[in-house]
Write a protein that binds this ligand. Structure first.
Ligand code: PRT
Ligand code: ZN
Length: 289
């Protein structure tokens, strides 16, 4: 059942994901303002409402069709066991849910957790993990500052999100096993939605994918001897064949192409060996594949 005629997007109101999510929505062409201290904002140029809510509520809101799509960490969707479709990994908000124990304790591997107290804000995922390992633990559900529970003797070990690892270190904890890898995802309700809304979601998906492709690509330009063109064309794993432009010196050409940022350094060294000079790399604003 549809609850609204506008496409409803659920995003985190205030937290680690908010700025990057808002930037992404603006980058794909949604115009809106004044999202701070608001529960809902309407887009000026699309039939879209943005609901600003706690990240914990996003999976259920999407599951129940209150929101049609949402931007939320995979960790939250997994903990809520929400029945939603994952449309896309968004490559920000990377973290992992890990077991950790005090440096001073003798807990070093999963079997050592037998009979221990484990504090976490992720009781469902933690319980499921230990059940899968056939290990009995006492789960202590804590809503925040899980890392201080061993020092307070509330727990023997913890299961918490880690990104840089500095919080664990500052609290004398050692990271042991990772039970879930996470990043922000775009999720969609499994409830039926109108064709109009689906078309809009598909349009946004294409735009996000274009943005992602642009983020991980660079435009490169170089000069090279005309005689090196064939060799250079093989070095550049470009989307299509490279653009070749004449230069004032008839023996020289300019070559333009798009390459993956991950390949840049390896490709650049080979290009130099093949005679390319003045290699320039530029960021790409957007890219429709
Ligand atoms: O108010 P609301 O409920 O919306 O926000 P929240 O406080 O529950 O969430 P928030 O804003 O802290 O995090 C939102 C999402 O960011 C999480 O659900 C994850 O998907 C993602 N994320 C990425 C993280 C981290 N990295 C992260 N490091 N969420 C939390 N942390 C915490 C972690 O719990 C620990 O306390 O940061 C600390 C560890 O960080 P490091 O860098 O010291 O390892
Ligand atoms: Zn939360």
């Amino acid at each position: 059942m549809e609850t609204s005629t506008s496409l409803r997007i659920g995003i985190q109101k205030k937290g680690r994901l908010t700025d990057e999510t808002v930037t992404l929505l603006k980058n794909i062409g949604l115009e809106f303002d004044g999202y701070k201290n608001r529960l809902m904002v309407r887009s000026r140029n699309f039939d879209v409402e943005i609901l600003l809510i706690r990240d914990d509520d996003i999976p259920e809101y999407v599951q129940d069709g209150v929101c049609d799509i949402g931007f939320v960490g995979a960790n939250v969707t997994a903990e809520r066991d929400a029945d939603v479709q994952v449309l896309l990994d968004l490559n920000f908000g990377h973290c992992h849910l890990s077991l950790a124990a005090p440096k001073s304790s003798d807990i070093r591997k999963v079997e050592d957790f037998q009979g221990k107290r484990v504090a976490t804000s992720y009781p469902r995922l933690t319980r499921r993990f230990f059940e899968s390992q056939g290990i009995d633990v006492e789960i202590i559900t804590i809503s925040g500052a899980v890392e201080i529970t061993p020092a307070l003797d509330v727990a023997d070990a913890i299961c918490d999100l880690v990104s840089t690892g500095s919080t664990l270190k500052a609290n004398g904890l050692i990271e042991l096993d990772t039970i879930l890898e996470s990043q922000t995802q775009l999720i969609q309700t499994s409830k039926s939605i109108s064709q109009g809304k689906q078309d809009l979601i598909d349009k946004f998906l294409v735009r996000i994918q274009g943005q992602q492709a642009a983020d991980e690509s660079r435009y490169i330009m170089m000069n090279a001897p005309r005689a090196s063109l064939e060799k250079i064309s093989h070095i550049i794993p470009s989307l299509n064949s490279p653009t070749v432009l004449p230069l004032a010196n008839p023996d020289m050409i300019a070559i333009h192409s798009v390459i993956s940022i991950r390949e840049f350094w390896v490709v650049m060294e080979k290009l130099k060996e093949a005679g390319a000079t003045g290699i320039v790399m530029l960021p790409i604003q957007n890219m429709i594949l």
